[in-house]
Design a protein around this ligand. Structure first.
Ligand SMILES: [Zn+2]
Length: 415
């Protein structure tokens, strides 16, 4: 096999050049990035990345859904692969770092390892996952869930984007003909490693450079419907009312206080409220509100739901009102691999990086892989906690620290 000429070792310039270069595919006027699954910008980015990888020691290939892999073969023929990377797609008007940084970091880490130590014992593959955000079609984690086998083509057959283009048409246009589709399930993935921006303010607030993710939160989402009685705002005495708005206010205040009381890491959000008839001089007969609950322990989620829903029922019963609770999302919390967490802590400690353990409140490809194989997720800070915005920013120093840590973890696992 041809070993390419030695290239420059990783330096800060290389990191920012590569981040800017990838951000040029799908760049928006506001300075953000819009790179939706299978769009022209997405195709250009994946193809450009493939060419870039082809110039190095990596052997590249696409799977049938458009995940891009760069393979550095190991000397030990055990058929297992250490996979590292993140997602190439963005939200509409997203930033330069979300997903992209993880791909750049994995790529540069593997190059650095190859240039310093040659071929690894275990095969390493860098992956640029085709889709995570769910920004074009109403489904998320298409890339990683195709690899895990959770999703097949069957799952996306009916999906359409806002312009009415079907998922299968979009796939075909991007060069991935659904007719030649074979499920790209991987049985050989021994471990998965991802590095990502935090998308929150914890690391910055604590002056840390790196976060070692111990868990990705579980998420439950509900729609709560309250049915009371619409009536005259002037002639209905307070004690005779079945006011859906004031009852909703009472329940929301209760759940907010309860979330604070049960655990500091528990978060509960009511972000949407529909009032009927929504008229200023009429007592509302109906209210529907959303409820988003997240925590990294199933038992805490259970306890919280049990306590608030018991209260919801008791309050509405006392007022002779009706409450309907429908759950439409139940994502289990996923722990990251404890051994790999420990390894990352050990290395961060030895290299004097400022680090801390952290729980991820957002979803990541690592939760899909975490259910499939030992998985490690690392964070670098997001300035002001901003993400999914052209304002996304992480300092070069922190980006570099993250890549250095990832490189060392990969070295310990693969060499
Ligand atoms: Zn992301």
């Amino acid at each position: 096999m041809a070993i390419p000429a030695k290239r420059n070792l990783l330096d800060e310039d290389q990191i920012s050049t590569m981040i800017e270069w990838l951000a040029s595919f799908g760049k928006t006027e506001a300075g953000g990035v819009t790179r939706l699954l299978y769009s022209p910008a997405w195709q250009e980015a994946q193809q450009a990345l493939k060419h870039k990888m082809d110039e190095t020691c990596l052997y590249t290939y696409f799977d049938s859904v458009g995940n891009l892999f760069g393979r550095l073969p190991g000397t030990e023929p055990n058929g297992k692969t250490i996979l590292t990377g993140s997602h190439i797609d963005t939200v509409v008007e997203g930033g330069k770092y979300d997903g992209t940084y993880g791909i750049v970091a994995s790529f540069l880490a593997v190059l650095r390892l190859f240039h310093t130590y040659g071929f690894p014992r275990k095969t390493i593959e860098v992956v640029s996952l085709c889709e995570e955000e769910g920004s074009r079609f109403p489904l998320t984690f298409w890339g990683s869930r195709s690899i895990s086998g959770a999703y097949t083509l069957e799952r996306v057959k009916e999906a359409k984007d806002e312009a009415g283009i079907t998922f299968l048409e979009a796939m075909h246009q991007a060069g991935f003909d659904p007719k030649t589709y074979t499920p790209p399930i991987r049985q050989d993935v021994e471990r998965f490693l991802e590095i990502h921006i935090e998308q929150g303010m914890i690391l910055e607030k604590n002056h840390k450079q790196v976060g070692i993710v111990t868990h990705i939160v579980g998420q439950r989402r509900y729609t709560i419907e309250l049915k009371g009685e619409s009536n005259h705002a002037g002639t209905t005495p307070m004690q005779d009312r079945k006011d859906a708005v004031s009852t909703a206010a009472q329940l929301i205040a209760f759940l907010t206080d309860k979330a604070k009381e049960i655990d500091p890491l528990l978060v509960a959000t009511v972000g949407k409220l529909n009032v009927k008839p929504n008229v200023s001089n009429v007592i509302a007969g109906e209210v529907e509100f959303s409820l988003d609950i997240r925590h990294h322990q199933e038992a805490v989620l259970d306890q919280f739901c049990r306590e608030i829903f018991a209260e919801f029922k008791q309050v509405t019963l006392g007022l002779d009102m009706e409450v309907l609770i429908s759950q439409w999302m139940d994502v289990k919390p996923i722990p990251m691999d404890q051994e790999m967490c420990e390894l990352a802590r050990e290395i961060a400690e030895a290299k004097n990086y400022r680090y801390q353990d952290i729980v991820s409140g957002a979803g990541h490809d690592s939760q899909v892989f975490g259910a499939m194989c030992p998985t490690s997720l690392l964070f670098v800070p997001s300035q002001n906690g901003i993400s999914h915005s052209p304002k996304e920013f992480t300092s070069l120093e922190d980006l570099d620290a993250g890549i250095d840590l990832l490189t060392e973890v990969l070295y310990r696992l693969a060499y």
